[in-house]
Design a protein around this ligand. Sequence first.
Ligand SMILES: C[S@@+](CC[C@H](N)C(=O)[O-])C[C@H]1O[C@@H](n2cnc3c(N)ncnc32)[C@H](O)[C@@H]1O
Length: 212
Amino acid sequence: MPQSPDSGFDRVASFYDPLARLVYGSKLQEAQRWLLKFIPDGATILIIGGGSGWLLQQVLQHTSPSHVLYLEASEKMLLKAKQLNPNQIIVEFRHGTDTGLQPHVSFDVIITPFLLDLFPDARLNQLMGRIYTSLSTGGIWLFADFWPVEQKPPFWQKLLAKSMYLFFGLLSGVQATQLPDYRKRFNRLGLQEIASESFYNGFVQSKVFRKV
Ligand SMILES: C[S@@+](CC[C@H](N)C(=O)[O-])C[C@H]1O[C@@H](n2cnc3c(N)ncnc32)[C@H](O)[C@@H]1O
């Protein structure tokens, strides 16, 4: 069973998507859609923390994977994803977290869509380590998330980040309080960045990493 705070999104599942659209317009979706062109035909894919299933729908419509594991900590989000994507024989919907990933099962592509920003340092290191282990050599990690602007973030970005952490901290038990230094962690894992795009004035970034 997933443990708190990973399952706290049950509480916001009914309004998460409209809220994200209200605050960011279509930018969060654009950032995820941009990643799809990097998925090779026949790939095995792990989508972890995909939420209500919009991204899965896009993956199934625009790419040709051989198998998708849709791993979601929130039962309510998972149910929404199943309802949005019925009768998909190549998709395994699994309620759980990275803690249940088997080290001997690896994927050609792993997608972390607005997931890594949720965790404080130690838990993030653990999560990224498990994802790295589950990625095949030569496989690609598709990342979309809020990105800490390195120098002097504008006031609106600081305010938005603070408000998000306050809101999801209270409602969903998110324990992180600031955006992590992802670059340091990806470098430490030895992942090679092969493509990158920024959205929402750089506050949102999509990146493609290869495991060499
Ligand atoms: C911020 S939401 C993003 C949802 C979706 N990717 C989107 O952009 O609309 C994060 C999602 O990750 C899920 N989640 C959190 N921790 C997780 C974990 N360790 N393993 C799998 N899913 C997780 C939550 O339940 C939630 O649905």
